[in-house]
Design a protein. Structure first.
Length: 208
């Protein structure tokens, strides 16, 4: 009888552990899928929800901060900022074409997932747009010279600059978007590390 009870306890314990393992595996897959799906939707904030608060470098997976930091600023006005933010969202949404979970290991509240990700080549991002900004600025000034002069004379230099920025912004980000569209997709291998924090799995590190 004792032997039977011992055997039964072992079986129950094994089933319980297997059930926990399956539950964790499913939860981790949901986190990883949610993270990459958020990128495909251009939802950077949504992607952050799947990450540990201390993870600060996850945006480099797709879009380097240097691409946007010179544009998303109040000094160029609301129109320019709005165009820049929309460009960033659209660009993020274009980067991750497809992804597949290749392997997953779980041990003591930590996990490592390996994924195959097809995404645009990060090395071809339009990082330096100084020449393009100057070209479009000069062209817009030439095409709208009298309008800009009139604004300068009646409203001042700040208003004239705002009109210039408002006019150049759609042209600039359209050109940058066209450059992104020409970037070819390449295959990357990503390693995603996760930890279980308060019964919730979160991404703590991304590397490729």
């Amino acid at each position: 009888m004792k032997k039977f009870i011992s055997t039964a306890l072992v079986v129950v314990l094994c089933l319980a552990l297997t059930g926990c393992g399956n539950k964790d595996e499913k939860a981790i897959q949901e986190v990883v899928n949610g993270y990459f799906a958020a990128f495909q939707a251009g939802d950077l904030s949504g992607a952050k929800d799947f990450c540990d608060d201390d993870l600060s470098d996850h945006t480099t997976m797709v879009l380097s901060a240097e691409v946007m930091e010179g544009f998303v600023t109040d000094q160029f006005g609301d129109v320019f900022r709005s165009e820049a933010e929309q460009f960033g969202k659209d660009t993020i949404a274009k980067f991750v074409k497809e992804y597949k979970l290749d392997s997953l290991s779980i041990e003591k509240g930590k996990a490592v997932a390996t994924l195959s990700v097809k995404m645009l080549d990060l090395g071809q991002l339009p990082m330096d747009n100084t020449a393009l900004v100057q070209e479009l600025g000069n062209q817009y000034t030439e095409d709208h010279m009298y309008e800009l002069i009139a604004v300068m004379q009646t409203q001042g230099e700040a208003a004239m600059k705002k009109k210039l920025y408002d006019g150049v912004a759609p042209l600039l980000f359209q050109k940058m978007g066209e450059s992104v569209d020409k970037i070819k997709a390449v295959d990357y291998t990503f390693e995603v590390k996760l930890e279980k924090q308060n019964d919730r799995w979160v991404i703590t590190q991304l590397s490729r």
